[in-house]
Design a protein around this ligand. Structure first.
Ligand code: SAH
Length: 398
């Protein structure tokens, strides 16, 4: 039996939790700091001792856990979890029926009303990601519930929390039939090689599906493209399929080369007609500037933080600089697709970065369109960090 700890909270915090607020920050009560065991239930109570809502304890970033119900009779039982998953599946019927898209998110943590866990489908394989030891303690029932509502052939997992200083498992297989990777999945008819048992990433970031499609449909025909921080080149593949004259993919990771070749080849694109560079994006910018290389379409999709041999990059501190450098390689009337998945600032702040970069470079621009997460990555409107994805299509005017 999972233990339950009652925590009284100040009057001024009561209303949001009655109304469904899910996140439990440290500032909610000093008593949270005394919690020792992750996974225990937290019953939030009024100062008078009346039940408000129930959550579980799990350290995730600065949070202490997530509320999952306002009903005092509800715990993380198989019945409750099954209902959560069936609701999530119900909301995604369009994707389940779309034969051209076989990889997408089935369950998105707090956006689907249980923070700390996500489930992605790659054909009939599920990838479960655990964001705290607290939710991981409930894993057996969560996996039982998933299997009960959807026929998956295999379940793999990623632990996104630090367990005794150890982050990654050597083997991410958990249940079902072992799969031989890579497998081929489809997204908007585009094929991707996927490996669910090869480190923290799978080969594609599913939350950019709509952005990729828009690049293929509206921004590629007859254009030259620079894809910075390209990983397996997903944006380049879409651009090539959309009729780009040429794509250039730049990523520091050695593995990005064979992986990008594989993604192009899976889609019948001659990779030799494309350029793939294994190098630091900032060095590539210098190189391109020196050789007067410019582009019609520039995609910038950096990680939130990265440490390379020479420098530390942080989206928060360095995005303006990154944009300024990209601007110098962008043709007039060209388009920069600026993307970040950093949850520490919102779209408003991101647009200020864009404004500052263009201002610094004495350039003018027009924002053509913006994207956030697609509908299979719902966010909790009360918890703004859950709307992490920000993508802005910017036309450089002069
Ligand atoms: N745009 C990609 C995802 C990018 S993930 C996609 O659509 O799939 C971030 C990538 O940035 C990683 O592959 C990492 O290897 C790369 N990276 C981090 N720092 C870099 C740098 N300084 N130069 C080039 N690549 C970098």
């Amino acid at each position: 039996m999972t233990e339950t700890v009652a925590i009284q909270i100040d009057h001024r915090f009561v209303k949001p939790y009655y109304e469904g607020y899910q996140h439990i920050p440290e500032s909610l009560s000093p008593a949270l700091r005394n919690l020792k065991t992750e996974g225990v239930y937290i019953d939030l109570m009024t100062p008078e001792g009346v039940f408000i809502a129930r959550g579980y304890h799990g350290h995730q970033n600065k949070g202490y856990g997530w509320v999952f119900t306002q009903d005092a009779s509800v715990y993380l039982t198989i019945e409750f979890l099954r209902q959560l998953f069936s609701d999530a599946i119900g909301k995604r019927q369009k994707l389940f029926q779309d034969e051209e898209t076989t990889a997408f998110r089935l369950f998105n943590g707090e956006g689907d009303r249980l923070g700390g866990v996500t489930v992605d489908l790659y054909n009939d394989c599920a990838l479960v990601q655990w964001y705290s030891l607290g939710i991981y303690e409930h894993r057996e029932l969560i996996l039982d519930a998933l299997e009960a509502v959807y026929p998956v052939k295999a379940i793999y997992q990623k632990k996104r929390f630090c367990e005794g200083g150890k982050y990654m498992d050597a083997d991410d297989f958990v249940r079902g039939e072992r799969i031989e990777f890579p497998i081929l999945v489809k997204e908007n008819g585009v094929v991707f090689n996927i490996d669910l048992n090869d480190g923290p990433m799978t080969g594609v970031f599913l939350d950019q599906r709509e952005v990729r499609e828009q690049i293929r449909e509206q921004y590629s025909k007859g254009k030259t493209m620079l894809n910075a921080f390209s990983y397996t080149g997903a944006f380049s593949v879409y651009a090539a399929l959309g009729g780009a004259d040429k794509t250039t993919s730049v990523d520091l990771a050695k593995r990005s080369l064979p992986m990008t070749i594989a993604q192009f080849s899976a889609n019948g694109i001659d990779f030799e007609a494309q350029e793939i560079r294994v190098m630091d994006v900032f060095n590539y910018f210098d190189y391109a500037l020196k050789h007067a290389l410019t582009y019609d379409l520039v995609v910038l999709d950096p990680p939130s933080f990265a440490r390379s041999k020479k420098r530390v990059f942080s989206v928060q501190k360095d995005y303006v600089k990154l944009l300024e450098q990209a601007l110098q390689l962008t043709n007039d009337n060209g388009v920069i697709v600026a993307s970040t998945n950093y949850s520490g600032f919102d779209m408003k702040k991101f647009k200020q970065f864009i404004k500052r970069a263009f201002h610094n470079q004495h350039a003018t621009y027009k924002i053509l369109e913006t994207y956030t997460q697609p509908e299979d990555f719902p966010y909790d409107a009360n918890f703004k960090e859950s709307q992490y994805l920000k993508v802005v299509f910017i036309k450089k005017l002069s």
